[in-house]
Design a protein. Structure first.
Length: 335
């Protein structure tokens, strides 16, 4: 794709967490240092105006990607490029501020992400004050009223505290706060997982409407495949810190290429289930000591010696990208 169409580029992103026992225990018992490779070489791009989603089981690294992108975690290796700017090269807060204003994050838990001691008006106006965008009090009040109406709340709600709202309303407040500084890019970390199903649909419809009107770009994180299908343009499937498949939403749900993607799709309830898919059993391996070769091979019915010894790369396959020797060698049965 043309470079001018790419807003975010993530290249070989790695993030390791030290989980070693205390130094005294290592010394007395001879235990080595240990690290979890939460991200082990993740690469993808996001075009302007699209929604790119990451999906996978808990612990696969989705949220770690999100936190690295917005700067809450510093990558162990790799780089993140936003609109042509390598974020790793920005060392000073002053240099980072203009970029940070253009990207915001919506967190998973609307009950924990809002300061309970602040009125909604102060919560929503915080980015405007922090970035020095509006100084005049009357203008600031008018902008907060506009933001509340944008997420379908009333201006009078600005004078209330977070505990006076439902979960769905709190998430609307979080969205209003994220939109305050006129960002171009929103990182949405499971923004509907703490909400009832009916409220989830309302929030998703609101986010799609805001994306159309404000020309926003989303990185959307979720484990819920129904939500992923509803909101995504393209989807990346993660397993044990790596991307195993990247495809458009339609491709992924109609013709999944990776056995793990098929496993995830099997979890979706069906009225008329097909009987020709082989179920994939087993549990996610220990991330401290992952399997050799393809990390999914202990659970894969198509694994052979190559899968056990050689880690597959994410390569183009029928219009998508898949990291699977069986898919690349066409050893898979039809999906």
């Amino acid at each position: 794709m043309p470079e001018e169409d790419v807003l975010l580029e993530v290249n070989d992103l790695k993030r390791h967490f030290d989980v070693s026992p205390p130094a005294v225990e290592r010394l007395l018992q001879g235990k080595p240092r240990a690290a979890v490779k939460a991200l082990d070489g993740v690469t993808f791009t996001i075009k302007r105006g699209e929604t790119f989603s990451l999906v996978g089981e808990s612990g696969c690294g989705k949220t770690t990607v999100a936190r690295c992108v917005v700067g809450l975690y510093r990558p162990t290796a790799g780089n993140i490029v936003f609109d042509g700017v390598d974020l790793g090269r920005l060392k000073q807060r002053k240099a980072m501020a203009p970029i940070r204003r253009r990207m915001q994050m919506i967190f998973q838990d609307p009950y924990a992400s809002l300061n309970p001691r602040w009125r909604v008006r102060k919560i929503v106006s915080e980015p405007l004050v922090t970035h020095g965008l509006i100084a005049d009090k009357a203008e600031l009040r008018a902008r907060v009223d506009e933001l509340l109406e944008q997420v379908r709340l009333a201006p009078a709600d600005g004078d209330k505290f977070p505990h006076e709202f439902s979960g769905g309303q709190r998430q609307r407040i979080s969205i209003a706060r994220a939109l305050a500084a006129n960002p171009e890019f929103l990182v949405c970390d499971e923004p509907t997982s703490a909400l009832d199903v009916s409220v989830q649909a309302q929030i998703l419809n609101l986010m799609k409407d805001l994306q159309r009107r404000l020309q926003l770009t989303y990185l959307f994180i979720s484990h819920n495949l129904a939500i992923i299908y509803q909101i995504s343009d393209r989807v990346g499937v993660m397993y044990l810190g790596r991307l195993v498949e990247v495809a458009t939403a339609d491709q992924l749900f109609t013709a999944p290429r990776h056995p793990y993607t098929r496993l995830l799709l099997e979890t979706i309830p069906r009225l008329d289930p097909h009987g020709d898919r082989e179920p994939v059993a087993g549990e996610v391996p220990n991330p401290i000591d992952p399997p050799s070769g393809c990390a999914f091979h202990p659970r894969c019915p198509y694994a052979n010696d190559r899968c056990r010894q050689e880690r597959p790369s994410l390569l183009a396959s029928d219009g998508a990208f898949v990291a699977c020797h069986a898919a690349q060698e066409r050893r898979l049965s039809p999906a």
